[in-house]
Design a protein around this ligand. Structure first.
Ligand SMILES: [Fe+2]
Length: 174
């Protein structure tokens, strides 16, 4: 009971910190899947800070966090990923906004790492998000974008590599 009361606080708590650390590690370790392997440390920082806007409460946390970090000098491409980490891909397209590799990687991390900071996989994470927050269709649509992007990068592979070694296909970027 006490555990849930703490987890439901609107500010940053130990669960949110665990989730952000897990996302940071996921983004660093999976940067290569999105052509960002030479910016692994930057991806770590995006993951570590992406939910810092919870300081102002859950609603609008992505926008608040983005503005906070912009004011502290974070680059626009990183601010953009954080600001849109809860956006529906269709809404971004309709607005003529880009779905960048940084944003895809952040979606991938956020939809893999559970509230205790461990990688629970897309399926379990989606179930947990639906249970806790309801379903507006955005997480599922983000996962579809991730899948499409990965297939485009490596048409012969339709599922993530089993091991961290990536795709063995010659000249494959993954
Ligand atoms: Fe978030």
């Amino acid at each position: 009971m006490a555990e849930h009361a703490e987890a439901d606080k609107k500010h940053i708590n130990k669960y949110k910190m665990a989730h952000m650390i897990g996302c940071a590690e996921y983004m660093r370790d999976n940067a290569y899947r999105y052509g960002l392997e030479d910016r692994k440390d930057e991806m770590y920082v995006i993951g570590l800070l992406h939910d810092v806007g919870y300081l102002g409460g859950r609603d609008g946390h992505e926008r608040y966090g983005a503005e906070l970090l912009r004011g502290m000098g974070l680059s626009e491409e990183h601010v953009y990923a954080i600001k849109n980490h809860r956006s529906h891909p269709d809404d971004l397209r309709k607005a003529g906004m880009a779905i960048t590799p940084e944003l895809l990687l952040l979606w991938d991390a956020d939809l893999s790492i559970g509230r205790t900071g461990y990688n629970v996989g897309h399926y379990e994470r989606l179930k947990d998000i639906r249970r806790r927050y309801g379903d507006d269709g955005a997480p599922r649509a983000c996962l579809d974008e991730i899948r499409k992007y990965r297939i485009k990068r490596c048409p012969e592979r339709t599922s993530p590599p089993k091991e961290s070694g990536g795709c063995a296909r010659e000249a494959c970027e993954r």
